[in-house]
Design a protein around this ligand. Structure first.
Ligand SMILES: CC(C)(COP(=O)(O)OP(=O)(O)OC[C@H]1O[C@@H](n2cnc3c(N)ncnc32)[C@H](O)[C@@H]1OP(=O)(O)O)[C@@H](O)C(=O)NCCC(=O)NCCS
Length: 196
């Protein structure tokens, strides 16, 4: 298995052409999809014909440097969900989105924080990134906590996209979070106890 990133408990690897069922099962849980589709599962044919091909095209587009990757438990190899670190489709390579979607069984064990911390470190250390950003609905506290714990802060309120108007809390909109390389470096220096 090719590895994109390894943390203490989690391994990220590219999705293969045969992995549609992992994504279909993940998106079939209404709790997972609560702040994404209002709980509606993603139709299996859309996963097979739209989502998985688009994820795999990203590996070529960004030469394996960025993308959306399958997360597995390092110990028993269980599928946990996915994380992404990627620019917008035609966007600048130094401005990348952090995202995550985990199976319910994996929630509340610190996996999202552990992997997101490592992805942000990789972005600024190895990948020449200037800004990592993420977007979340106002009611999605778990997602916001992950971003806050990796040092991201709210930069602006976001309107709810048209295709998410049925989601609970759509009237409250969402937030864009960001961390810049300068802020990340300052936090890292503080963690090391350097005098700044
Ligand atoms: C968002 C998500 C990835 C978080 O994963 P996770 O591995 O459970 O997150 P962590 O264990 O690292 O916990 C992160 C923080 O969120 C908090 N949290 C978790 N569930 C919470 C809840 N229901 N309400 C409030 N805070 C919650 C945790 O307590 C922790 O904060 P703390 O350390 O201050 O206590 C997971 O909930 C998920 O996959 N949700 C569905 C998909 C989704 O909404 N993705 C994000 C779209 S923007």
């Amino acid at each position: 298995m090719e590895t994109y990133l390894r943390t203490e408990r989690v391994t990220l690897r590219p999705f293969g052409a045969d992995d549609a069922d992992l994504l279909i099962e993940l998106d079939s849980d209404p709790a997972v999809m609560r702040y994404l589709s209002g709980g509606e599962p993603t139709a299996p044919e859309l996963v097979r014909e739209r989502d998985l091909p688009s994820i795999r095209a990203g590996y070529d587009r960004w030469a394996g440097r960025f993308g959306l990757f399958a997360a597995h438990e390092a110990g028993d190899g269980a599928f946990l969900g996915w994380f992404c670190l990627r620019p917008e489709r035609e966007g600048p390579l130094d401005e990348v989105e952090l995202g995550y979607r985990l199976r319910r069984a994996a929630w509340g064990r610190g996996y999202a924080t552990e992997v997101s911390t490592a992805l942000v470190d990789k972005a600024f250390t190895d990948l020449g990134v200037r800004v990592v950003w993420g977007a979340t609905m106002a009611l999605n506290r778990p997602s916001q906590r992950v971003m806050e714990k990796v040092g991201m802060t709210v930069t602006e309120p976001l309107p709810t996209p048209d295709d998410m108007l049925a989601v609970e809390g759509a009237d409250l909109g969402g937030y864009r979070y960001e961390i810049t390389r300068e802020r990340w470096a300052r936090r890292a220096a503080e963690d090391r106890g350097d005098v700044i």
